[in-house]
Design a binder for this molecule. Structure first.
Ligand code: GTP
Ligand code: SPV
Ligand code: MN
Length: 598
């Protein structure tokens, strides 16, 4: 029985079936029955562990292969006809050649497995901003995760009709099974040299092979909603960014909408659902990872969250740092690479208590004295956004929310002060473009001590980074007096004992409050070579348990340290060559000038 009359879609599914040669094909309907059936099958096969129903209802634990625990940036490609269109920050292979290599890998790769066809919508089904994708995968783990992270099922096919546009996303774990062979409860994946996370932005096509983990496999997320969407957005005049979206409401009831871009594992999920410590200010969450933004009829920049779940970093999440995430993952959640406790629940490092004993993410006996982490540093939870106690009632509004503030940032133990503000749009674009961060466990293969991660999009911009910056400048021109104000933050300064100086988490609301007051023209700042900065007196520190001297310290600029940043920045910008916008060159010169001379 056919679930769609869409000829192009049917032809594509047939073509993939002929290439991958699965035992059977299943069209996913996105229902609870489907979710339950797949989970039951995975529990039976030993792939999933059902958690204690009294502790964590309807929740499951998975353990991935130790080689397949994060995104693989070295194996991620932007395949455009001309290499310059992928630009210096992306891995590139000629699309014809890459398809040839991957077709050989895909040939028969689903033998012994079921091929699932997942119709999904990024954004509310039928919204003018939403995009439809079809993911074909041989991983039931991917199917259940996509159920949470995206909107899956028949309504999506209905929207597609007989000739609607969709983005084809092909995924295989890359491990065919011989006759009678099974995974035996082992996470299937291919060795690193056979992994390819490939994007063909000129034909809106995604091909992923060999990994079953996160952004490598849940193709709606980084592959579609960022790499393909960023390229589309540039052609169509909108923005697809690696940003959380939150609403902050002042005691007077004024709403501010903030979109913030921090690199992977640098605090988006935490900021997106923080519980503010500043009195009578309220935070609501709209999204924690991706923002799609278009200029609305009123000229403001309107943001939607294309996802419907959170794929969040587990370690470090607890009732003090992120109570709202803890509440969200109470039930109906999937956990990957966490500790299984003796009472059938999950645990990770820096949860609210120390587990005495359990089974670690590799399936071995573990105690706190084992001398190793119980959960993988990139262990994750997959959980429905709707379960977040402070999800905004407007989170699925197809019109989006109007953005007042952009924040860039990164994880830096030194150099970068707590917060600074751009003097104008172009300066803000430069601040975003020169963002840098210490690497985290979210990507397997980042070797640098500090790496530039412009707009937190280094691994996600699906086209030439110089053109991406030019697009940012031009969006500013189009927004005119409706431009959001731009800020840069660093919550991660450390003292000589490697301890974080700034308390972070809910206390970050003090800085957000200052930003809102800047938008309203109510808060003071001093002009510095970096831009506008608050002094201690400008920040609401009522009830903040922190030495004022320490706060002063992270609001200072170390000019010498910045001068040594120039070299690194130049080295990063240099390969952009002709594509480096003139306006960016101006900003770089002005920055150097101010640091040296003012
Ligand atoms: P991705 O999902 O990879 O894009 O990550 P993310 O940007 O959403 O990062 P997330 O909020 O999950 O935070 C990653 C880690 O940073 C967690 O272990 C957090 O506990 C920690 N973290 C988040 N915010 C803060 C903060 O304000 N201060 C400190 N010291 N740590 C933080
Ligand atoms: C990130 O790495 O930025 C993530 C996790 O949000 S993943 O979905 O694996 O890309
Ligand atoms: Mn992310």
């Amino acid at each position: 029985m056919s679930v769609t009359k869409h000829k192009e879609l049917l032809a594509w599914v047939e073509e993939i079936q002929a290439m991958c040669k699965p035992d059977e094909v299943v069209w996913c309907d996105g229902t609870k029955e489907e979710y339950d059936r797949l989970m039951n099958e995975m529990v039976e096969s030993g792939m999933a562990i059902k958690l204690n129903e009294d502790k964590r209802p309807n929740s499951f634990l998975f353990r991935s292969d130790p080689s397949d625990v994060a995104r693989v940036e070295d194996r991620t490609y932007i395949a455009t006809r001309k290499q310059v269109d992928a630009g210096p920050t992306n891995n590139w292979i000629d699309p014809v050649e890459l398809k040839k290599t991957m077709t050989e890998l895909y040939d028969g790769c689903m033998r012994g497995r079921t091929m699932f066809v997942i119709p999904f919508s990024m954004g509310p089904v039928g919204s003018p901003i939403a995009k439809v994708g079809i993911e074909i995968t041989d991983s039931p783990y991917v199917v259940v995760n996509m159920h949470i992270m995206t909107r899956v099922g028949q309504p999506v096919l209905d929207v597609l009709g007989e000739d609607g546009q969709f983005i084809p996303c092909l995924h295989s774990v890359g491990k065919p099974l011989g006759p009678g062979e099974s995974d035996n409860g082992q996470w299937p994946c291919a060795p690193i040299e056979k992994k390819y996370i490939a994007h063909f932005p000129e034909e809106n096509l995604i091909w992923s092979f060999g990994s079953g983990y996160g952004g490598n496999a849940l193709l709606g997320k980084k592959c579609l909603a960022l790499r393909i969407a960023s390229a589309l957005a540039r052609r169509e005049g909108w923005m697809a960014e690696h940003m959380l979206i939150l609403r902050l409401t002042s005691p007077e009831g004024k709403q501010f909408h903030i979109a913030a871009a921090f690199p992977s594992a640098c605090g988006k999920t935490n900021l997106a659902m923080m519980v503010p410590t500043v009195k009578d200010w309220k935070v609501e969450c709209i999204g924690d990872d991706i923002a799609w933004m278009k200029i609305g009829p009123d000229g403001t920049l309107r943001a939607i969250n294309p996802e419907s779940g959170f794929f969040g970093v587990a370690p470090g999440t607890n009732y003090k740092t992120n109570p709202m995430a803890m509440e969200t993952v109470k039930e109906n959640s999937i956990f990957t690479n966490c500790v299984l406790t003796d009472d059938g629940d999950i645990w990770w490092e820096d949860m609210d208590y120390v587990a005495e004993h359990g089974i670690d993410w590799k399936g071995n006996e573990w105690t706190p004295d084992s001398g190793r982490n119980g959960a993988h540093p990139n262990a994750r939870f997959t959980t429905p956004a709707a379960q977040c106690p402070i999800i905004s009632e407007n989170w699925e509004d197809p019109a989006g929310v109007p953005i007042d503030i952009f924040i860039f940032g990164g994880r830096r133990s030194d150099v970068m002060p707590l917060v600074h503000e751009a003097v104008d749009w172009d300066h803000g674009v430069f601040m975003g473009a020169s963002a840098a961060s210490e690497p985290t466990a979210a990507a397997l293969d980042v070797k640098k001590k500090i790496r530039r991660d412009p707009m937190a999009m280094l691994p996600f911009a699906g086209y030439n980074i110089g053109e991406y910056w030019q697009h940012w400048f031009e969006m500013g021109d189009k927004l005119g007096d409706k431009q959001p104000k731009i800020f840069y933050v660093n919550w991660f300064r450390r003292d000589e004992n490697r301890k974080f100086i700034w308390p972070g988490f809910g206390e970050n609301s003090r800085i957000l409050k200052w930003m809102c007051e800047r938008v309203d023209g109510k808060a003071d700042a001093v002009e510095t070579p970096l831009g506008f900065m608050p002094q201690v007196k400008d920040i609401d520190i009522d009830g903040l348990d922190m030495d004022t001297k320490a706060l002063e310290g992270i609001l200072e600029i170390d000019r010498e340290a910045f001068v040594s940043e120039f070299e690194d920045l130049d080295e990063f910008m240099q390969p952009v060559g002709d594509k480096l916008p003139k306006r960016m060159k101006n900003q770089i010169e002005r920055f150097k000038d101010r640091m040296k001379n003012s």
